[in-house]
Every structure is written in C-alpha cells, then in structure tokens.
Design a protein. Structure first.
Length: 306
C-alpha cells in the first residue's frame, strides 16, 4: 500500500552535498526529508583519509559522513535510506511529487537534487545481469572479494590506474584492458591496450570476457571472476531531464541543484555548495509563504499556509 509524506523541502541524495544542505535547511526551521537510494554518505564513504578539509588534519570519509548524518538528524531532518527516487513531477503551482522505488509518494514545496555523479557502464547489454555477480565499479569496495582470483580492470582515466595497482596486490592475475588509454602497471598485470570487451560470459556469475583488438584483427577469451569498470563518471541527472528549463531559475520554481551534480569537484566545494543551496531554499520558502499569505489574505486576517 502507498504511503505519503509531506515536507517543505525534499533533498534527493544523502552524499556530502545533500546532507550539508538538509542540515542547514533544518537549522533554518524548515521541515526537510532527505532520500537516499543506498546508505547515507555518498562517494566519500569509501575514502580512507581526507586531508584537504579546512580545519581538520585528517578524517576518514566514513567518520565524516557519520558526523554529517548526525548533524542533519539533530536538525530534525528525516533521513530515508535504501529507497531510490524514481520520478519527480511538478504541478502548475511549483509543488513537487516524488515517487520512490518502494511506491511511497512524497510531497514538497521545493526540491534539492544532490544526486552526484555515477559510473559510466560498458554499454554491453548483459552487464546489468552480472552486477554484484562479478561486475563492480569500485576496486576499494569490492576488491577483497576477489583475493587470489583472476580479475580485469576495464577503461582509462581517473581512478583506473589506482584500481589496477590496488587489485594487483591481492588478485592474480589482473588483466588491464583499455580501449585507448595507456597505463603503467606492475609485473602481475597482463595488459590489453587498444582492446575492448565484446561480451561478458558466465552461468549467472561472471566467468569470462570476450575481447577484440581495435583493428578487429585479433580476438581473445580470458577467464576472470571479477570485472572492474572504470569508464569515467556522468551526472546522475535522470530526475532533472524533464526540468532543464525550470532548473535554470530555482528562485522561481523551487527546483535546486547542488554538489557534484552542480559541477563541484572537491569535498569542501561540495559541502559549501550544499550550505549555499540551503540559504537559497530558505529564501524561496519564506518568499512562498509571504506570497501565499498575500494571495489568501482577507481584509482583516492573514492565513497561515504551512
Ligand atoms: C574514491 C574517492 C575519493 C575522494 N577523495 C576526496 C578527498 O580526499 N578530498 C576531496 O575533497 N574530495 C574527494 N572526493 C570527492 C568527493 O567524494 C565528492 O566531492 C563528493 O562525494 C560529492 O558529493 P555529492 O553529495 O555531490 O555526491 P555523492 O557523494 O555522489 O552523493 C550522491 C548521493 O546521491 C544518491 N542518489 C543518486 N541518485 C539517487 C536517487 N535517484 N534517489 C536517491 N538517492 C540517489 C547516491 O546514492 C549518493 O549517495 C573523492 C571521491 C572519490 C570517489
């Protein structure tokens, strides 16, 4: 059965940006719910040590996200985890309905999208069948599942070389497959530079990859139990796509974008972006109350709308 929740503001994504925004929205006296598809914390959860946060010598990403979560909860923010926002609908008065994967509906006067970036996949249709069954996008999170087992790292660019090096200390062998990039790797790594993956194979669990050279002249099959995909990151912006025009003027529509999704890079910028968005949200909500009061005000009497 569907249930419904109402808040002045709903924040989607409980990474550092969303949690920073939600805390400050709560601190300014507005009702706020934050929705998170997984567990709260976002990308920093897997960062062992953050050393560039002003005023803090060093802190693990896990500890920092726990503090951010506690701060949000202490400001009366309701935190809902393990449920993904799948649709966002706006009515003609700029009120929003958010539907979660579980079927729960939430209603809000304004929305903050803090959904960050997500890993680009290989584009192979069978990839989704092997998620959690051999395919991973995070060597730090899942590498230990493949200790002494054959794995491949596929891609290039940011994080790719680090993932190869990390896995090379535990997994044997480590195949490095890069359609274009060049990567300096250790002895335990077999390199396929200028090759791409054409198929993933396995009986429910990944067991092999089919490879082809870029000139299509050579083909190989390699046996692996793990495939770590590092094809880069892209904005997690599906909820935003129907609203591109509205999002360009949040002060009018109440649809705000913050954090990595809004283009920040470092954690400090990301948290600052969340805090700054909270200020804009508060201004928007206060204006909306005033506007509605003026709209509904009788000759002698103000109407309280929230
Ligand atoms: C390995 C690693 C190490 C890093 N180390 C540092 C560092 O040392 N210093 C530094 O300054 N920066 C570092 N960064 C960058 C930092 O992590 C980012 O700046 C920050 O995480 C971005 O925060 P965000 O809240 O915008 O997005 P994210 O952290 O990506 O959080 C977005 C959240 O939204 C959720 N979400 C997405 N879609 C939905 C949906 N439809 N419904 C509900 N929830 C959804 C996601 O599950 C996620 O939890 C590092 C990043 C990584 C990956």
């Amino acid at each position: 059965m569907n249930t419904a929740l109402t808040a002045e503001c709903i924040v989607i994504g409980a990474g550092p940006a969303g949690l920073s925004a939600a805390s400050q929205i709560g601190a300014r006296g507005h009702s706020c719910v934050i929705i998170e598809a997984n567990v709260s914390g976002g990308h920093i959860l897997i960062t062992p040590e953050i050393t560039d946060y002003p005023g803090i010598e060093a802190i693990s990403g896990y500890t920092l996200s726990s503090v951010l979560l506690k701060q949000a909860q202490s400001k009366n923010v309701t935190v809902m985890t393990g449920d993904k926002a799948v649709t966002l609908v706006q009515d003609h008065q700029n009120r929003y309905t958010i539907t979660l994967e579980s079927g729960t509906d939430l209603y809000a006067q304004c929305v903050v999208l803090a959904t960050g970036l997500r890993s680009v996949n290989t584009g192979l249709p069978e990839e989704s069948n092997y998620l959690g069954k051999g395919v991973s996008y995070c060597a730090e999170c899942d590498g230990f599942f493949f200790k002494d087992k054959p794995v491949a790292v596929y891609g290039s660019g940011d994080g790719f070389t680090e993932a190869v090096d990390l896995l090379a200390s535990d997994c044997k062998p480590v195949y490095h497959i890069s359609p274009s990039g060049v990567c300096s790797t250790g002895d335990s790594v077999s390199s396929f530079e200028g090759w791409h993956i054409t198929a993933l194979e396995g009986d429910g669990i990944l067991s092999a990859l089919r490879l082809e050279s870029q000139d299509h002249k050579q083909k190989r099959k390699i046996e692996v139990e793990g495939l770590f995909v590092y094809m880069g990151k892209e904005p997690a912006d599906e909820l935003l796509k129907p609203f591109l025009e509205e999002a360009s003027d949040p002060a009018r529509t109440g649809l705000f974008i913050t954090g990595h999704l809004a283009g920040t890079e470092t954690l400090v910028e990301t948290c600052a972006s969340g805090v700054s968005t909270a200020g804009q949200v508060s201004g928007y909500l206060n204006r909306k109350v005033n506007d509605l009061q003026i709209l509904y005000q009788g000759e002698d009497e103000a109407v309280h709308v929230f």
